[in-house]
Structure formats: C-alpha cells, structure tokens
Design a protein around this ligand. Structure first.
Ligand code: CMP
Length: 144
C-alpha cells in the first residue's frame, strides 16, 4: 500500500469486474491476489450476476457493436466479482496489470496475457479513465 506521502496524485478508485469466465475457472483468488500483492486496496467486493439492463448500461458505448450480443450473453452467464479498488493512480495501474483486450495478444506477465486466450472471455474489466470510473462506480456501488 502506498503511504499518503509517497502518492504523486490524489487517491483514485477504479471499478473492476472479475468476469464470469474467471469465476468458472477458479481464478478469482489468483486475480484478486495479484491486485492485493500490488498494494491496491479492496474497498468493496460483491459476487453478483449482471442482468441484461445492467449490461446495457455498463457497456453503453458498445451496445451497437457487432460483438455486443455475445458479450452480453457471456457477461450475464453467471456470477462475477465486482470490486472497488483504490490506490495511487489505480486506474492506469490496473489497466497495465490486466493487459490489452485480446488475451492472445496481451503481454506475458499481465493477467490476460498469462491466463486468457480470448478476445471476449478476457477475465477482467477495469475502468479506463476517471470519467468511466465515476460512471461505473455509481452504477455498481451507488451507495459508496
Ligand atoms: P472489457 O474491458 O470488459 O470492455 C469491452 C469488452 O468487450 C472487452 O473487455 C471484451 O470482453 C469485449 N470485446 C471487445 N472487443 C471485442 C471483439 N472484437 N470481439 C469480442 N469481444 C470483444
């Protein structure tokens, strides 16, 4: 954990979803453990199944895309873990830790690069900017 004195910017929060493929494959512990070992703080965590309405809201930018129907089916197919992570530059740090979208191309050492072979079933979603973090956090954890 970074002490307040070491921080280079205000403390950030990110919304992270450990997706249904990770839960089915028994990778929840491995993935959460990577975030913990990095020094990030789990501020909230909930196992829940995304419904169709939440999927459409969460992925509002993607609903018109060709890959959205199978993505929606996958994301609503079983329980996922929704987490609020905090830490110094957490948004950028988590994006680097999960790697690029396509697990086949993601760099070794990243979560997707090490554990996923798919462009869709890529184990983790994480907010990609402060604006999307604010939107996604209010969607998933409105009381926080
Ligand atoms: P995520 O970070 O949750 O953001 C959008 C998701 O859509 C992405 O991870 C993938 O699961 C999925 N996705 C993005 N691009 C494609 C694609 N070309 N084909 C299939 N799924 C995709």
């Amino acid at each position: 954990m970074t002490s307040p004195l070491e921080r280079t910017s205000p403390l950030e929060r990110s919304l992270v979803l450990v997706k249904p493929d990770a839960v089915r494959r028994g990778l929840l512990g491995e993935i959460i453990s990577r975030f913990e070992r990095k020094g990030l703080v789990i501020e909230a965590m909930e196992l829940r199944t995304m419904d169709a309405a939440l999927a459409d809201e969460h992925y509002a930018d993607h609903v018109e895309k060709a890959f959205y129907p199978p993505l929606k089916e996958f994301m609503t197919s079983g329980p996922l873990a929704a987490l609020v992570l905090s830490g110094d530059q957490v948004i950028e740090v988590v994006r680097a830790m999960i790697g690029s979208t396509d697990g086949r191309k993601a760099a070794a050492g990243t979560i997707r690069g090490d554990l996923s072979l798919s462009n869709r079933e890529n184990l983790v979603h994480a907010s990609d900017s402060p604006e999307s973090a604010a939107r996604e956090l209010s969607l998933w954890f409105p009381k926080l």
